[in-house]
Design a protein around this ligand. Structure first.
Ligand SMILES: Cc1cc2nc3c(=O)[nH]c(=O)nc-3n(C[C@H](O)[C@H](O)[C@H](O)COP(=O)(O)OP(=O)(O)OC[C@H]3O[C@@H](n4cnc5c(N)ncnc54)[C@H](O)[C@@H]3O)c2cc1C
Length: 415
């Protein structure tokens, strides 16, 4: 099959895109193409050799490359073509996808549906306003470290400090140790470990101290990092080190959205979608970490699977295209919600195909979450302990209470 002559084009061959392609093929779509700008399919997990990938989707204990292989091998080659070194440049109405690849050149494909699954990118140090010198060597982002380790390139240092304590930071801890670095400390501006408490215990059990409520005041060194100065609750400390790894500052890889005139949510930096993963552009869906940074690979695959099924239903005419959807705005204390829009549906069973809810708080707090529309309260949670950077678990079924496409609101109130 000519990969560009497809009924469905999935952009991004990470867990979300591969699971979406699988779901499309399993539901009878015969010509599915997955394109990825990288040399190999598999997305970010390809670069993380430690265990802990895909659990929610596969219920297996797997490494990143193991999950990538499993998702690729699950694809039926008679229906799904994977094309690497192919970059999507823009989506035009139709939908029409503008693609560049060394094999195909600069082409436009006209599938029935497009699924965007382009994942995340990392913000550079300059965007994080970190003071100090800019030594030539020894300052790395998560992605740079991963790629060096995966490609067997020597990191060059011996003693590293990891800046950040969210889930990804502990993956970095394992990858850096695998690369032969001794982790001299982890640094966190907040007063607690942002990942689960167990992750902090694990790091400390490995002999890695965690400096909480601490910020970098200075990075010293000209050719290579020599030390960092920290400002914390108890004054200033200098940590000798030759490598600083910044983690956790991820944003959706949204370049394609901006080139395509697809609505972007100011809060997530990803596309606005409804519960079926539909963006505002006809026939264009989105799934995975592009929706918001960052959930686990298993969650990205579940989203891909559901959105792939919905896109197949759209091709087959069983998922109507109804412009009306209630936009859910957020009150103080809530950082973002995905999906942002909820289309009214008559058959409540269809909510089983909804995207899982990604809802996060801006700060640690206790409270109840309320959903209202037309000034009426439609649902109230029990008392909740909200934790910054953690997903708040609520069921998509509560949004079935929305009566029509009028604006709705989620707010936090006292417990
Ligand atoms: C350092 C680190 C450690 C992590 N550790 C874990 C862990 O231990 N366990 C876990 O479950 N999850 C972990 N994650 C999260 C996990 O990697 C992601 O949840 C998962 O990869 C998201 O899948 P995705 O398909 O949405 O995006 P990705 O895996 O990022 O895939 C997106 C793909 O889109 C391609 N792409 C982007 N733009 C274009 C374009 N314009 N044209 C063509 N192709 C394009 C990219 O090349 C990429 O292959 C970690 C993430 C990081 C950064």
């Amino acid at each position: 099959m000519n990969p560009l002559d497809a009924e469905a084009i999935v952009i991004g061959a990470g867990p979300a895109g591969l699971a979406a392609a699988h779901a499309l093929a399993m539901r009878g779509v015969k010509r599915v193409s997955v394109i990825d700008r990288d040399d190999e399919a598999g997305g970010l997990p390809r670069f993380c050799r430690h265990l802990g990938f895909g659990w929610e989707y596969t219920r297996r204990l797997e490494t990143g490359p193991g999950l990538a292989r499993r998702l690729l091998h699950a694809l039926d080659p008679s229906r799904v073509t994977v094309m690497t070194r192919a970059t999507a440049l823009a989506i035009h109405p139709g939908p029409e996808v503008e693609i560049v690849s060394p094999d195909a050149g600069h082409v436009r494909a006209r599938p029935r549906t497009v699924i965007l699954a382009t994942g995340i990118r990392e913000r550079p140090r300059s965007a994080r306003l970190v003071p100090g010198r800019r030594p030539e060597h020894g300052i790395l982002s998560t992605g740079q470290l991963q790629q060096m380790v995966a490609r067997g390139v020597a990191v060059g240092g011996k003693r590293a400090v990891i800046v950040g304590t969210e889930h990804v930071a502990f993956s970095v801890l394992l990858t850096a140790r695998h690369a032969g670095l001794r982790i001299v400390a982890m640094v966190e501006p907040q007063d607690r470990v942002m990942s689960y408490a167990g992750a902090g215990w694990f790091a400390r059990a490995l002999g890695v101290p965690i400096h909480l409520s601490s910020a970098i005041d200075d990075i010293k060194g000209s050719e290579r990092v020599e030390s960092i100065a920290l400002r914390g609750k108890n004054g200033s400390t200098t940590l000798p080190c030759d490598t600083v790894i910044f983690t956790g500052d991820f944003v959706p890889e949204s370049a394609l959205l901006h080139a395509s005139d697809i609505d972007v949510d100011r809060l997530t930096g990803g596309p606005m979608v409804d519960q079926f993963g539909r963006t505002g552009a006809s026939g264009v869906f989105a799934a995975g970490n592009l929706l918001r940074a960052v959930e686990s690979s298993g969650m990205a695959a579940i989203e891909g699977d559901r959105v792939g099924a919905n896109a197949a239903a759209y091709i087959q005419g069983s998922l109507g295209w109804n412009g009306g959807a209630a936009h859910v705005s957020l009150g103080d204390g809530l950082a973002y919600l995905v999906p942002q829009r909820w289309a009214p549906v008559e058959n409540r069973a269809i909510h089983a195909q909804s995207l899982p809810i990604s809802l996060r708080a801006t700060a640690d707090a206790r409270g109840r979450i309320r959903l209202s529309q037309h000034g009426r309260e439609l649902w109230t949670s029990g008392p909740l302990r909200l934790r910054r950077q953690r997903r708040i678990k609520i069921s998509p079924a509560i949004f079935a209470n929305l009566t029509d496409g009028a604006p709705a609101a989620l707010t936090v109130s006292a417990p």
